[in-house]
Design a protein around this ligand. Structure first.
Ligand code: GAL
Length: 830
């Protein structure tokens, strides 16, 4: 059979196909190029698609929340006036074993970036891959440390190959998904390394070469957007050095053509076990941001905008708590932290209204003396002004261009038209919310949880049985590869009349590099201690025969910062471990035969997991309390509603918690902060993390976040591993919501209050229009007030989920206060 092909016919058929193909090709090119975003910069601004921008950004680290929480967090960031979300990329979670990758669930970087993109925000991708971030081992996978010949963060080929491999992988992933700005994606900036400039000196010439190599390696990846290096004041062109800190107004990039960018404005600070909770006042965060833009800034990022939670064993330190709340504008659970969130939102609006003059304008300043000055930006005949008072204590009355302005100490006023003040960093009109923990109201949920328990099987280790032995005391991180917090060190010692030590009473002395240690002699617990690096000394009575010494060492998050932090050891590495007898006779056990066992039996058998292959018997007999090395199990129903869920671990000691097999992180509830001085918090003057503390004498962390996505509608399981001894009978599930809402607003503006989660304002506790005194929780009437204000507020707010009141005599009545600027202060119960 032969086939005759009619050329014309074929051409006729092909023509429309060709047209279709061309149009498809065109739309394809268009999709990738028509929506391409061009990112460039000069010494004054970052320029996006030809527009000179003021950009406001906030850090949200994807693994510190859940994928289910991301859309809401990003939406709240957008409503708060942000243009971009910044995140690090966490190498250790993505490559937990060499060349084995994980991008699932809350490790799904691409899904996170797409969530931000869908909200219409940009992304700043700080690949690192060293990230610091109070994250375990600074984000490095610990297997890196185990590679023979490796030297981390310096000019070492083995390390550089690994770093390049991971960085390239991430760049290829985002490129493949078309997430880079030139591809139409949201990523407008990328970062290599992190604050290397702070430690580079310690690595000498090799450090300089490494930094240069980082820059070249990054540039060769050809991402089409600028690369930044933070805290790197010798960053080679074209990399841009950026600033990190509580204040960056006086920062100047090392190149006149680099824009002034602030990658980390610390909105608060992280917490550590045994420490008080740090807070940074909203007025001071706003002040720092306003000063930065007053002094020519173009991009500012809040570190953190949402801090979140260090689930599992991800917290660094050592000793960083599971909560990474950071006192950020969104709290650990994703709620608005008020007034911080709202006060900054208003600031963003004021700055945005001046975007053009800030990024184009000529700049002039007028100095009024005593730390007070005006900065005037002018472009195309329009001007915008800042009035700043950098004085710690003295308020100022400034006459500027014929008008009088009151500029409180340590504040900046923003006058977008150089006439009317629309914002002052010290004048907070946003609602203050005091959060409350509400007991679990799920149907049939008993007031007290029912517990079963099970002892961790430690008989073998108390008898010295390990999985291998060495004639020396080894580094815990090397031995465990950080697969568990726990390492058992076991040895035995024969005492007889010829021993180097003598006497009945002896001291066991253990020198450890931390972070917690429990000592057992002949099966009995003799001492426990914790610290970064410490000496444990305990009197012991030994038998005149073979004695078994068992030491359980626990890490509490691996170090993440400083030159050579990766070389820090943990556990009883090198010891010495000694017995001291009468007359200071000493017996060194350091080069004894030591047996080792990694982790707990319960961990190995995954006692906390729903998928464990093992069947466990739990005891429901009399609840065992205040006993070390005990597992506890209970079931509960998820609290109704949508508000964030926490478990209150009051009464517990130290350990780890799991809900339905998912780790909530470490807990250490019985480690309280010193009960000495928490002090009054004054926003004025330089902030640092030792200022404005709360929680004196309290556990550093009592509540632990249980993300809603960990819960199911039926029965849920909570499992605790208790290391030091605790009492679970006080443990309860609660939801977090606005308990009290306050506001304090000057006349001429509107006072706005709202509850959360559909709840309504049930009561007005305080309302006064005139010159009320005090702050939320302690408002008091002043010397004058309008009699009708209270009932007006009650009428406007009670029974409503939110309310808005125009602060004026017309609405609230006459105050009889005379010629002062009056205020309305309200405290309401949600
Ligand atoms: C910076 C670092 C961040 C974070 C911060 C403190 O030095 O770049 O990753 O550790 O300090 O929270």
């Amino acid at each position: 059979m032969s086939i005759i092909v009619n050329q014309d016919k074929v051409m006729k058929m092909v023509a429309p196909l060709k047209a279709l193909f061309l149009s498809l090709l065109f739309s394809f090119i268009c999709i990738s190029l028509c929506s391409a975003t061009d990112v460039s910069y000069d010494g004054r601004a970052i320029i996006i698609n030809g527009e000179r921008r003021v950009l406001l950004s906030g850090s949200i680290h994807y693994p510190r929340s859940t994928a289910e929480m991301w859309p809401d967090l990003v939406q709240k960031a957008k409503e708060g006036g942000l243009d971009a979300i910044e995140t690090y990329v966490f190498w250790d979670i993505h490559e937990p074993r060499r060349r084995e990758y994980n991008f699932e669930e809350n490790h799904d970087l691409i899904r996170f970036i797409k969530t931000v993109q869908q909200a219409g925000l940009y992304v700043i991708l700080r690949i690192g891959p060293y990230v610091c971030a109070e994250w375990n081992y600074g984000g490095f996978p610990v297997w890196l440390h185990q590679i023979p010949g490796i030297q981390i963060r310096t000019d070492n080929q083995i390390y550089k190959d690994e770093m390049q491999n991971f960085t390239t992988l991430i760049v290829n992933m985002v490129r493949q998904e078309k997430l880079l700005a030139p591809q139409g994606g949201p990523i407008i900036l990328t970062q290599i390394e992190n604050e290397y400039g702070n430690v580079q000196w310690a690595y000498g010439e090799a450090g300089k070469r490494y930094m240069q190599w980082c820059a070249n390696m990054a540039v060769a990846l050809d991402v089409g957007v600028p690369w930044i290096m933070c805290q790197q004041n010798d960053a080679p062109q074209p990399l841009i050095n950026t600033c990190n800190g509580f204040y960056c107004d006086s920062f100047k990039p090392n190149n006149p053509n680099s824009p002034k960018m602030w990658t980390e404005n610390w909105t608060g600070w992280f917490n550590k076990w045994g420490q008080k909770n740090p807070h940074r006042p909203a007025e001071d965060v706003a002040y720092a941001v306003a000063r930065f833009f007053q002094e020519g800034g173009t991009l500012q990022n809040y570190y953190m905008y949402h801090g979140g939670t260090n689930f599992g064993r991800t917290s660094g330190g050592p000793y960083v708590t599971t909560s990474y709340d950071y006192d950020a504008p969104l709290d650990e659970y994703g709620n608005l932290r008020q007034p911080k969130w709202g006060h900054l939102k208003q600031l963003h609006a004021a700055l945005k209204s001046m975007e053009k003059v800030l990024t184009h304008g000529d700049v002039t300043t007028t100095d009024f003396g005593s730390g007070t000055k005006a900065t005037i930006y002018t472009a195309d005949g329009t001007s915008g002004c800042f009035l700043s008072n950098t004085n710690n204590w003295n308020d100022a009355n400034v006459t500027f261009q014929g008008n009088e302005y009151f500029v409180p100490a340590w504040s900046v006023s923003i006058l977008p038209d150089c006439k009317q003040e629309v914002y002052n960093t010290a004048k907070v009109s946003t609602q203050t919310s005091i959060m409350a923990m509400i007991p679990n109201k799920a149907e049939d949920e008993p007031a007290q949880l029912n517990w079963a328990w099970r002892g961790e099987k430690i008989k073998d280790t108390l008898n010295g049985k390990g999985s291998y032995a060495a004639q020396q005391l080894l580094d815990q991180i090397k031995v465990t590869g950080d697969s568990s917090d726990y390492l058992w060190y076991m040895t035995n010692v024969k005492i007889n009349k010829n021993s180097a030590v003598w006497g009945k009473q002896m001291t066991l002395r253990v020198n450890t590099t931390g972070h917690a240690l429990r000592a057992f002699v002949n099966g009995k617990h003799v001492a426990s201690q914790h610290g970064y690096s410490f000496l444990l000394e305990v009197p012991v009575t030994l038998k005149r025969q073979t004695n078994q010494i068992t030491l359980l060492s626990a890490t509490v998050g691996l170090g993440n910062y400083g030159a050579f932090f990766d070389l820090q050891t943990a556990g009883i590495v090198g010891g010495p471990v000694q017995l001291i007898g009468e007359g200071n006779t000493t017996m060194d056990l350091s080069s004894n035969k030591w047996s080792y066992k990694i982790g707990l039996n319960g961990e190995q058998q995954q006692l906390y997991s729903e998928n464990s292959r093992h069947v466990f018997k739990w005891s429901t007999d009399e609840l065992r309390i205040n006993r070390m090395m005990t597992w506890y199990k209970t079931t509960f129903k998820a609290p109704l509603g949508e508000e964030a869920v926490v478990v209150d671990l009051q009464g517990m000691g130290k350990g780890q918690a799991w809900v339905n097999g998912q780790s909530l992180g470490r807990y250490w509830t019985n480690f309280t902060a010193p009960d000495d001085w928490c002090g009054k918090c004054d926003y004025r003057g330089q902030y640092d993390e030792r200022k404005c503390l709360t929680g004196c004498g309290q556990p550093s962390q009592r509540w632990y976040h249980v993300p809603r996505s960990f819960l199911r509608s039926g029965i849920n399981t909570l499992i605790l591993f208790e290391e030091v001894g605790g009492n679970p009978t006080q443990v309860t599930f609660q939801t977090v919501t606005v308990g009290t809402a306050c506001a304090n607003v000057y006349e001429g503006s509107a006072l706005e209050l709202s509850c959360q989660g559909g709840r309504t304002i049930s009561q007005i506790q305080f309302a006064s229009y005139g010159n009320p005194q005090g702050t939320c929780g302690s408002f008091q009437k002043g010397t004058c007030e309008a009699n009708t204000a209270f009932s007006a507020v009650q009428k406007a707010c009670v029974g409503k989920t939110s309310c808005s009141i125009n602060v004026s005599e017309d609405v609230l009545g006459s105050s009889g206060c005379g010629n002062i600027t009056k205020r309305l202060a309200v405290q309401a119960t949600c």
